[in-house]
Every structure is written in structure tokens, then in C-alpha cells.
Design a protein around this ligand. Structure first.
Ligand code: C2E
Ligand code: MG
Ligand code: MG
Length: 434
């Protein structure tokens, strides 16, 4: 294709985005939207790290090297563009059937997935590709490009697929996610978040020994949105960092308030996400909050899940040790559902294992589940860890757990999560009775 020099990316010699998009539109319009064509948007992964470590020059060098792999796969009529710093877009206008766009995507993904040598260092690159075809997915240029971008977004969050073909449900899912993200930002601004507290009790006699802080979101139109719906979005977008800070502050201030009101000292657990460890400032934040509130550190417990661990074990461990050294307690939440690698269990400065609700609910019917819980209790005792059972709903479950030697329990049988005032009343009432 003839293009003048102004339209080219100075580094790779490829089309720039705007003239590329115009040309795609022209070609599609010339065929009244009936051109059989494919559009691929290719994101080269790990380029941002390369940029941070080696700078713009190395990033450009890498992208130029990858263009040389791309060119032999593309035909003479195909348009290739540097779509963004770390992205290419390819328009395939001369297809005899649209499925060929997926063959091309597969070939490109394979060709990109090899190491390149930058400044004497071997760097492993890989590509994620979003594919949209005309006329099935779109009949005009801007929609075709947009839909390929949506497919790329899905491929990037899928973790496994190296390329994905656009579907209409991707667009509605993405829209839902964006809407939820917007609403969540508004929720932070407009004070729609609150914290409820669910009592934890001694399994022997059911007296309250602690509580878990659980985030609640009351949306002005949609009502109560459960954490399982919005926490994943908050984690993906990074909003969990400010939200997690807010929950910690709220819970710690609440502990202070209860102490000042003369409520018996009670340990409160706060859930923290992997993303808060990746942020890197959690120990410093906890130091500040402990100093401000002057609460005894052991009245705070952090609940972490096993998903924290595989990604950056060393970084997370260091932070956990720091936090544990301050006297803050650490619990491993949802125990038994994740990797449960026993070797890292030894490394973690834990005080407590929380047996996942699934085990508790299966236990009554299923003897082997009972044996698993029994084994968890034996292991925890050997490691000097307390065992808490989550999600106790029936007297029969309570009875089994008591006989197995579990120390603490939490569940609807004893109390549901409730606002702070109700929690304090629950604790006071139990104290008056006992
Ligand atoms: P989780 O930490 O395992 O919390 C226990 C969940 O089980 C809570 O759900 C609680 O309401 C529910 N539950 C307690 N007892 C029973 C029972 O007897 N039966 C049943 N069916 N459920 C019971 P919730 O409040 O919906 O929270 C869900 C998850 O959201 C939590 O699971 C936690 O992973 C996450 N989450 C909640 N608040 C926060 C937060 O502030 N930060 C972070 N990072 N995650 C949070
Ligand atoms: Mg929890
Ligand atoms: Mg749990």
C-alpha cells in the first residue's frame, strides 16, 4: 500500500494509528461494509517492564525487532500499524473467509512468543490478541477497531488465551465492569460504604471472643451489593488499595472507640487483598494507624488468603513478618480452598487458620470431609495455630467441630454480620449473661 512518509511511525516504519484508522474506514466504506476482513489488535506483554528498566530506546528496539517477525506473516495488502507504545494493529482486507483472521492471530501469537535479545539480555515476550471480523462483528471501521480492542481486553484478563475473537457478550460484560468501577468510585466519594462486624465465638460455649470486619456497599438505586460482586472489580482496578485503607482505618478507630466505651477488649479481623501487599505500603500504613489510635496491636488481626502467596511470595512474606513483629495477628482465610502448600505454611508468621465454610457445610453428610477437618486441627495444633471454623449454620455442625477440637467458630448459627452498635450490644449482652 502506498502511504506518504508523514503517516509512518518514526521508529518502526509502520502506519500511525490515525491514518491507519482512516484507511480501514475508507476500505470498508468502499465495500458498503460488506468487505470480508479481519482486524487484530496485538498487545506485546512485559514491554512496560522493559520500558521501566531499560527506557524508551529499548522498548522501541524491541518493537522494531518484533515487526520483523510480523512482516512475513502478513500479506502485501495487509495494513500494519503501531497502535500504541506496546501495541500493533493489523488489518487483513483480502480474506476469502473471515476465519482466516483467527489463523493469522494464531500464527502471530506463536511468532511473538519467543525471546528477544535487548542489551545483551534475553527477554521473554508474548502477545495477547483481540480479533474482530467484518462484516459479522462490525460493518464500519471505528466499530471494527473498537470490537477488536474489547476482545483484546478480554484476552488480557483471561490469563490463558493468547487470542480471542470478539463476541457481543464481551461488550456487555465490559460495560458492566466499567459501570461497576464508576459506581464504586462514586461510592468512595459519597460515603456509601460501611463496615459490619460478625462475631467469632469460643466453640466450647459460644461466648464472643472476636469479630470480623466485613465491607458493605449500599448503592442508592441497586441496594446492598455483596462484596463478592464488587471486591474482584476493586482488586482488578486497584481501587481495593484506597478501599482497604479505609476499612482498616474504620475498624481500628472502632476498636479504639469500643475500648473507650469500656467494652471488653475484643480482637477484630480485617480482610486484606493480595493487591494491598503488592502496593508495598501496608506495613507503614498499619504502623501509622496503630500509632494514631494507640490500640494494643494484638486486638487487630489481618485475614489473608492463599492467593496472596504464589505471585510474590518473598515480598509478601517480608511485609507479613514486619506486621507480625508489631504484634498484629495474622489469619489464613478460606483455608483448604487454594493451593494449601504446606511448605509455605511453615514460612508464614500465622496465628490462626480459618477452615473454609465449604468444609463446614459438607462435614455433616460426608465423613471424608470430617477427616480432613480433623487432620487440619491436628496439623494446626502441631504448628501452634488456632483453628477457626467459618460458616457454622447448624447445631449439628457446632457439635462436630467442638468434638474435633476446633477452638473458635463464626457463622449464622451464632450471629450474622451486623452494624457496629449491634455488635457491641451482642458482646455486652453475652458478658452480662456469662
Ligand atoms: P470471608 O472473609 O471468608 O468472610 C466470610 C463470609 O462468609 C462473609 O461474607 C460472611 O458474611 C459469610 N458468612 C459468615 N457466616 C456465614 C454462614 O453461616 N453462612 C453463610 N452462608 N455465610 C456466612 P461477605 O460479608 O459476603 O464477604 C464475602 C467475602 O468478601 C469475604 O469472605 C472476603 O473475602 C471479602 N471481603 C469482605 N470484606 C472485605 C474487605 O474489607 N476487604 C477485602 N479485601 N475483602 C473483603
Ligand atoms: Mg475473612
Ligand atoms: Mg473466609
Amino acid at each position: 500500500m502506498e502511504i506518504d512518509s508523514i503517516a509512518r511511525d518514526a521508529v518502526t516504519g509502520l502506519w500511525e494509528m490515525r491514518p491507519f484508522a482512516n484507511r480501514v474506514s475508507e476500505l470498508m466504506d468502499a465495500h458498503n461494509g460488506q468487505l470480508i476482513a479481519g482486524l487484530l489488535v496485538v498487545e506485546i506483554e512485559r514491554m512496560h517492564q522493559l520500558f521501566r528498566v531499560h527506557g524508551q530506546g529499548s522498548l522501541d528496539q524491541a518493537m522494531s525487532m518484533l515487526v520483523r517477525r510480523l512482516l512475513p506473516i502478513c500479506g502485501p495488502d495487509d495494513l500494519i500499524c503501531r497502535f500504541a507504545q506496546t501495541q500493533f494493529a493489523i488489518f487483513l482486507p483480502g480474506l476469502d473467509h473471515a476465519g482466516k483472521a483467527l489463523f493469522a492471530a494464531s500464527a502471530i501469537a506463536n511468532s511473538m512468543g519467543e525471546t528477544i535479545s535487548i542489551e545483551g539480555q534475553q527477554i521473554h515476550v508474548s502477545a495477547k490478541i483481540g480479533v474482530a471480523v467484518s462484516p459479522a462483528d462490525a460493518t464500519d471501521g471505528p466499530s471494527l477497531i473498537r470490537n477488536a480492542c474489547i476482545a483484546l481486553e478480554q484476552a488480557l484478563s483471561s490469563g490463558t488465551a493468547s487470542y480471542l475473537h470478539f463476541t457481543r457478550s464481551m461488550r456487555s460484560e465490559l460495560k458492566e465492569k466499567l459501570d461497576l468501577e464508576d459506581a464504586l468510585r462514586a461510592a468512595i466519594r459519597e460515603d456509601q460504604l460501611t463496615v459490619h462486624y460478625q462475631p467469632k465465638v469460643a466453640i466450647q460455649d459460644g461466648t464472643p471472643v472476636g469479630g470480623e470486619a466485613l465491607l458493605r456497599w449500599t448503592h442508592p438505586d441497586r441496594g446492598m451489593i455483596p462484596p463478592n460482586v464488587f471486591i474482584p472489580t476493586a482488586e482488578e482496578t486497584g481501587l481495593i488499595v484506597p478501599i482497604g485503607e479505609w476499612v482498616l482505618r474504620k475498624a481500628i478507630n472502632q476498636i479504639r472507640e469500643w475500648l473507650d466505651e469500656g467494652l471488653p477488649p475484643i480482637q477484630i479481623a480485617v480482610n486484606v487483598s493480595e493487591r494491598q501487599f503488592r502496593w508495598g505500603h501496608l506495613p507503614a500504613l498499619i504502623d501509622v494507624l496503630l500509632a494514631e489510635s494507640r490500640i494494643p496491636p494484638h486486638l487487630l488481626q489481618l485475614e489473608i488468603t492463599e492467593t496472596i502467596l504464589p505471585d510474590d511470595l518473598e515480598g509478601a512474606l517480608q511485609q507479613m513478618r514486619w506486621i507480625a513483629d508489631r504484634g498484629v495477628a495474622l489469619a489464613l482465610d478460606d483455608f483448604g480452598t487454594g493451593y494449601s502448600s504446606l511448605s509455605y505454611l511453615r514460612e508464614l508468621p500465622l496465628d490462626c487458620l480459618k477452615v473454609d465454610r465449604q468444609f463446614v457445610s459438607d462435614m455433616e453428610r460426608d465423613q471424608s470431609t470430617r477427616h480432613i477437618v480433623e487432620a487440619i486441627v491436628a496439623m494446626a495444633q502441631a504448628m501452634d495455630l488456632k483453628v477457626v471454623a467459618e460458616g457454622i449454620e447448624t447445631p449439628a455442625q457446632w457439635d462436630i467441630l467442638r468434638r474435633l477440637g476446633v477452638e473458635e467458630g463464626q457463622g449464622y448459627l451464632f450471629a450474622r454480620p451486623m452494624p457496629a452498635e449491634a455488635f457491641a450490644a451482642f458482646v455486652r449482652h453475652a458478658g452480662a449473661e456469662g
